[in-house]
Design a protein around this ligand. Structure first.
Ligand code: PTJ
Length: 270
């Protein structure tokens, strides 16, 4: 398929370019067909939060990075959408935090696994866990494809970053004692609610931010990192995220009223 040219001054350029990445990812087997729908849902929630990283999301990202840097064995779980949108940032965060990348797919197909591994290697990954040639163990609490995990990765992890995730696995990871971090634009999703830290932001902004924060925080003493994690309250974070959406909608409702007046919308000239 031909890639569409998006004019640099298009008001929705970033959103359209991101969509193109997901479409290309789908064409190269990285993204599942359902991943296109998941992306659309994310777009809608991004619209509701104002398509920018809030101060609240910055704080959540800082707590998440502190948890990864102070963990004994942090792991980053990679699915198709995440790989198609931010492959280089995944590799960089993995390197700084010493957190291996593990492919873990809901809609498993071997050609998808291969395409994702190739994309991660192209982005600079030196090691990718969770592939079919590796040993695997099972999370008994889970019935989906995601139950298969790498014993050197999620199987052994104390802290797991599971961005753009479905709810079942987050609950299962919690049930087996993992500290779970997610990135999810929907603060009401099951994953968002069951995670220990939820970054309510678009992964295209959240991951580069986490890389930047990880570079700044990597030499902080462990005690200080743990203190940042312990002082973070995810319940408050999620409730405030929903309030931010409500305030944003209120402001947009007023804008629409003003626009109608300014441009005489709905008025027939006599
Ligand atoms: O690659 P696979 O086979 O593992 O499948 C990946 C998907 C994403 C299809 C699978 O995990 C899935 O179906 O996820 P859900 O249940 O649709 O949940 C995805 C969540 O991510 C939803 O709450 C979306 O709002 C959110 N989301 C989508 N795009 C973004 C996002 N959050 C942050 N940034 C995004 N760009």
């Amino acid at each position: 398929m031909t890639k569409i040219e998006i004019p640099p001054d298009h008001p929705r350029r970033i959103s359209l370019e991101t969509r193109e990445k997901i479409i290309e990812g789908h064409e190269s087997n990285v993204v599942a067909t359902a991943g296109l729908l998941a992306h659309g849902r994310g777009e809608a929630f991004d619209y509701l939060i104002g398509e920018k990283t809030t101060d609240l999301a910055k704080r959540a990202a800082r707590a998440a990075v502190a948890a990864m840097l102070s963990a004994k064995h942090p792991v980053i779980s990679v699915n198709g959408n995440v790989c198609s949108l931010v492959p280089e940032d995944l590799v960089e965060l993995s390197e700084i935090c010493g957190a291996p990348l593990e492919i873990n797919l809901f809609y498993y197909r071997e050609e998808r696994e291969n395409a994702i591994k190739d994309a991660l290697v192209l982005a600079g990954a030196r090691e990718v866990l969770g592939t079919h040639d590796r040993p695997s163990s099972i999370i008994p609490e889970l019935s989906s494809n995601r139950r298969k995990v790498d014993p050197d990765g999620i199987g052994a992890a104390d802290v797991v970053l599971v961005p753009l995730e479905d709810g079942d696995r987050t609950e299962a990871l919690k049930a087996i004692g993992k500290f779970v971090i997610t990135i999810d634009l929907n603060p009401m999703s099951r994953t968002a609610v069951h995670s220990d830290i939820t970054i309510v932001d678009n992964i295209i902004r959240a991951l580069p931010l986490m890389v930047e924060q990880a570079r700044e925080m990597k030499d902080l003493p462990k005690d200080e990192l743990r203190q940042i994690v312990e002082s973070f309250d995810n319940t408050e974070n999620l409730a405030t995220s929903v309030h931010i959406i409500m305030q944003h909608l209120e402001a947009r409702a007023n804008d629409i009223g003003n626009l109608r007046k300014k441009f005489n919308i709905g008025v027939i000239e006599k």
